[in-house]
Design a protein around this ligand. Structure first.
Ligand code: ARE
Ligand code: CA
Length: 491
């Protein structure tokens, strides 16, 4: 389940966090035009509606049933989105929450089904007390996970109070697989599976073993759904990411943590150290890794956050440097984050507004997306991002070549005869002649210019470099420091 299907020359997926289905359906044309492979969407099934705090983003991670009315829209809207996007060759990856249902308390979910987390009743499924882990399975006095060094506790006790499903039960496996197969039947291409650390690999295997192959209206016959599992493994715990790689890919949280530390120059880190980045840094095999600079949790201090480490749109310049490296380098399957804005307010290492949901028309009613209006950030539409997605696509299949560094914060490398990037994270400009490996000719810097073919589009005067590659592959780079201190060229 670790191999994914993209249109030729596409590879990167983007998480359109908390977008409505109608907005994603509209965005797929732009994503197709800019060569994105697909979209990760927020959990589409019925969820709890939380009013205290008011309508937080995390209410989506408290399932009430597997019917399809959510804050992002209705079943019809979801299916229309999948059809439209698939017809454009942009594929949909669903965030699947299979470990648990809601926390304690009772109420009515986003599709009108009642639930009672205290008596473990979810009639919209239906699930009852026998479908959950109980005191036979979990031995902590309050039923909560406390000790991440005890693998049984991590799998059988509750993650922050969330009612923990018994994945060993055939009924639970059947219900969850039926849900996934319904989505696959509509044309969904795969799943980000939430909280897999808290599920036994064998239980996941049993669910995945029940999955249908992808819909042949859009995918070649015999293709499995693409599975990437959320397991936070920064080392030092009982549960390891490698326990899950036989099933599919795993989120590699060390990747964003490492690149955040390097670009911030934390603890004397240098860009030059990236020469063996990836497996050489103790990360998973690139073929097992789903990688990202930040995700919806750690950009706000949840799940393996760290405000002095993880880079986000709030630090746009460093974020672009880290993302450009990630997209130019040859490691893992890259997922970009596309965020909404919120009034981040860090007090003693905690964001007091970490719960704030997407832009709203009032209450739980999400606003239509309008990129760059100060509410929707749309990182995937930043020129530096989508032009580096193109670089990434052009370079597929070509290993890193012609590495150069100055021993400190300046590096450059190519990807065979396809592309070359120079990153200058020093406090001074650099002029340097290097072998690029590229065919001779005139190239545009895609970091600052709209396109890669002279005359370079000048995006309101931002376009600053035409690079001449000589017949022998050498070129002289004049790389500024400060804002966007990079030059990237590709065929
Ligand atoms: C909310 C409230 C809680 C309340 C609960 C139940 O915030 O106070 O007790 O509801 O009423 C998200 C939010 C949670 C939210 C939850 C449900 O982040 O705050 O709880 O939705 O609404 C661990 C897991 C990892 C998980 C992170 C957050 O291992 O799987 O915690 N990440 C996924 C999603 C989250 C989501 C959930 C799981 C739950 O990406 O968005 O939670 O569906 C170390 C460990 C990690 C651990 C981390 C944090 O780094 O190595 O394994 O991550 O600490 O504890
Ligand atoms: Ca569990």
């Amino acid at each position: 389940f670790g191999s994914y299907y993209c249109q030729p020359g596409r590879d990167v997926i983007v998480h359109l966090f908390e977008w409505k289905w109608t907005d994603i359906e509209r965005e797929c044309q732009w994503l197709a035009d800019h060569n994105y492979c697909g979209v990760q969407v927020s959990p589409p099934n019925e969820h709890r509606i939380v009013t205290d705090p008011p309508y937080p983003w995390w209410q989506r991670y408290q399932p009430v049933s597997y019917t399809m009315n959510s804050r992002s829209g209705s079943e019809t809207q979801f299916r229309n989105m999948v059809t439209t996007c698939n017809n454009l060759g942009v594929y949909i990856y669903v965030d699947g929450v299979l470990n648990h249902m809601t926390g304690g308390g009772s109420g009515t979910g986003s599709d009108g089904n009642s639930f009672d987390g205290d008596s473990l009743q979810y009639p919209g499924v239906p699930y009852g007390p026998n479908d959950f882990h109980g005191s036979d399975d979990c031995s902590t006095s309050d039923g909560e996970i406390h000790d991440y060094n005890n693998p049984t506790e991590v799998r059988n006790c509750r993650l922050s109070g969330l009612r923990d499903l018994d994945g060993s039960a055939n009924y639970v496996r059947d219900v969850e697989a039926e849900f996934a197969n319904r989505l696959i039947g509509w044309g969904v291409a795969g799943f980000r599976l939430d909280a897999c650390k808290h599920m036994w690999p064998g239980d996941l295997e049993a669910i995945l073993g029940r999955l249908n192959q992808l819909n042949t209206q859009w995918f070649p016959a015999g293709r499995n759904a693409y599975i990437y599992q959320e397991v936070i493994d920064l080392g030092g715990e009982a549960v390891k990411a490698t326990e899950y790689t036989y099933l599919g890919r795993v989120t590699e949280f060390k990747h964003g943590q490492n690149l955040g530390n390097v670009v911030r120059k934390n603890n004397g880190q240098r860009l030059a150290n990236l020469v063996n980045f990836g497996e050489g840094w103790g990360q998973l095999s690139g073929f097992d890794a789903l990688v990202f600079i930040d995700n919806h949790d750690n950009q706000r201090g949840h799940g393996a956050g760290g405000f002095g480490t993880i880079l986000t749109f709030f630090e746009a310049n460093m974020y672009k440097i880290a993302t450009a490296f990630e997209l130019a380098w040859d490691y893992g399957h890259v997922r970009l984050m596309s965020s909404y804005n919120w009034p981040r307010n860090i007090v003693n290492g905690v964001d007091t507004n970490d719960w704030v949901g997407p832009p709203t028309n009032g209450g739980g009613d999400t606003k239509d997306v309008e990129c760059f209006n100060g509410e929707w950030i749309c990182e995937h539409r930043w020129r530096e991002m989508y032009n580096m997605v193109r670089f990434h696509n052009v370079a597929i299949g070509n290993p890193v070549s012609n590495w150069w560094d100055n021993g400190f914060q300046a590096i450059a490398f190519g990807r065979g005869n396809r592309g070359f990037i120079f990153i200058n994270n020093e406090d001074f400009a650099i002029t340097q002649t290097l072998q690029t490996g590229l065919p001779g000719g005139e190239y545009c810097d895609v970091i600052s210019c709209d396109n890669n073919r002279p005359p370079c589009g000048n995006s309101g005067g931002a376009c600053r470099a035409t690079v001449i590659v000589n017949g022998d592959g050498t070129a002289t780079f004049d790389v500024p420091n400060g804002e966007n201190p990079m030059i990237a060229i590709h065929v």
